[in-house]
Ligand binder design. Structure first.
Ligand code: GLN
Length: 486
């Protein structure tokens, strides 16, 4: 048996049910691991060890009394942009450094309904703006496969706690790739659900028409279990869709014969690392061996405008969403000021980091009178075109397969002063948020010991198809079972 902190949810659940281990033992193994590796990876902003042990004791009582829910007593970490009642929720920003929410996000409330163990809150790029977790106002997070490299972002902390065996699973959020790209960089499984599938209530808003919460796990089966707990309609989120929630574990049959996948050529972008392209070709060949038919000639020509459209739409929405941080309602407030305006200015000057300020300025500019039509409206039109292009592709295919990122994890410091290079690391994931589609990233190989992720994209509400294909791939490969040596 592997160490307790290395188990999947389904393995840990079986041991809990068979009374071979207790939730307290599982939790202590994770906390021990956190103490050991945190000084190297810095994935957590807050560790809630006392609360975790208390929740574990309660879970053990429930398990003894016959509770059989697969998440009962399983230790998890939550990205620090999801509100947790009584637990600091910082968004890795000085603005919210001491913010303790008086309520739980819907996803947290839903998880709590199944008596999980919450180990803590994970580090992220400030307000989820970034691709490397270097834009955290507190400290950068390091990749366990090579600590001189980034774990991806913005959910870098959530990916690392799973990859470095600090937690059994984690929640992340994805606005342009922030679940999938770090999942790819850390060799874990990460799902960005269809827009509207999982409630955003209590998720600190970045770009509301793009944000979506999802799981980061050790395998696809675990991903299905977490989706069962967090998906579903929520009247408190006006964009939540009242679509029936299936049992996501039912689709994990391993049988993918006859499914049709397309491999769009535009996702093998210029500058893509050769090993990444090769790994994805091999992975598609594996899928073909399992009975899938693959078409390599698919073209989605408007993909090339997705990045430009995203960097108009996301900053525009961010500039509106972040207007609420004025030092009055909650969060950081500059005390020494000559006037109300001076106080607001100082609050925002000190409270926000450089990347957040860059986005606010971009967004404010794009939305200003005289520029609105040229930028924001144009970007929205491109958005429609991209969405339709995907719709047409899904008339022919059950799923599309692409690399998750053009490269393996880069060095800490390599791109942090070059925003354009940083933005490019999401070229394969951004179009999916633009179109509101679901997509999963799963481990698909290594180049010189550094992880490579494969992205599988589906039509709206086809999470089951994605999980089915991804699960069959994990039955045929063992990339997802490899552990970093940290
Ligand atoms: N890296 C992209 C950005 O910086 C996406 C981030 C995200 O998905 N939250 O906006």
């Amino acid at each position: 048996m592997s160490n307790l902190n290395q188990l999947t949810i389904h393995e840990a659940h079986r041991l809990l049910r068979e009374k071979q281990v207790s939730s307290v033992e599982l939790t202590k193994a994770c906390l021990e691991r956190i103490r050991k590796v945190e000084p190297e990876v810095h994935a957590l902003v807050t560790v809630t060890d006392e609360l975790a042990l208390e929740q574990a004791r309660k879970a053990d009582e429930l398990l003894a009394a016959g509770d059989t829910h697969p998440l009962t007593g399983i230790p998890a970490v939550i990205k620090d942009n999801m509100c947790t009642r009584g637990i600091r929720t910082t968004c890795s920003s000085k603005m919210l450094e001491n913010f303790v929410p008086p309520y739980d996000a819907t996803v947290v409330e839903k998880l709590k309904g199944h008596n999980p163990v919450i180990l803590g809150k994970s580090n992220m790029d400030e307000f989820a703006m970034g691709s490397s977790t270097e834009h955290s106002a507190f400290f950068p997070t390091h990749n366990p496969w090579d600590v001189s490299r980034v774990p991806g972002g913005s959910s870098g902390g959530s990916a690392v706690v799973v990859a470095a065996d600090e937690a059994i699973y984690a929640l992340g959020s994805d606005t342009g790739g922030s679940i999938r790209q770090p999942a790819g960089f850390c060799s874990v499984t990460g799902l960005k659900p269809t827009y509207g599938r999982v409630s955003r209530y209590g998720l600190v808003a970045f770009a509301s028409s793009l944000d979506q919460i999802g799981p980061l796990t050790r395998d696809v089966a675990d991903c299905a279990l977490v989706m069962n707990a967090i998906a579903g309609y929520d009247s408190r989120d006006s964009t939540s869709v009242p679509h029936p929630t299936p049992d996501y574990t039912q689709c994990l049959t391993g049988d993918i014969k006859g499914l049709r996948i397309g491999v769009p050529k535009e996702y093998f972008v210029e500058g893509m690392q050769a090993e990444v392209a090769a790994a994805i070709r091999d992975a598609v060949a594996r899928l073909e061996e399992s009975g899938v038919s693959a078409d390599w000639e698919v073209s989605l020509p408007h993909t090339r405008y997705a990045l430009a459209a995203y960097y108009i739409i996301a900053p525009s929405e961010a500039s509106a969403n972040l207007a609420r941080y004025d030092g009055v309602k909650y969060g950081f407030s500059a005390q020494e000021a000559d006037s109300m305006f001076d106080a607001m200015e100082k609050t925002r000057q000190y409270g926000f980091g450089p990347e957040v300020k860059r986005r606010i300025m971009l967004g404010t500019y794009a939305l200003s009178a005289g520029y609105y039509d040229a930028w924001y409206l144009k970007a929205q039109r491109i958005r429609t075109i991209i969405r339709r292009e995907f719709d047409r592709a899904f008339e022919k295919f059950d799923a599309l397969v692409t690399p998750t990122s053009p490269t393996v994890p880069f060095k800490i410091g390599e791109k942090v002063d070059d925003p354009l290079q940083m933005y490019l690391s999401d070229v394969c994931t951004l179009p999916i948020n633009i179109a509101g589609l679901p997509a999963i990233s799963i481990p698909a190989g290594f180049a010189d010991g550094l992880p490579i992720g494969m992205q599988i994209i589906g039509k709206p509400f086809s999470e089951e198809t994605l999980l089915k294909i991804a699960h069959a791939f994990q039955q045929a490969t063992d990339w997802h079972k490899r552990r970093s040596s940290i």
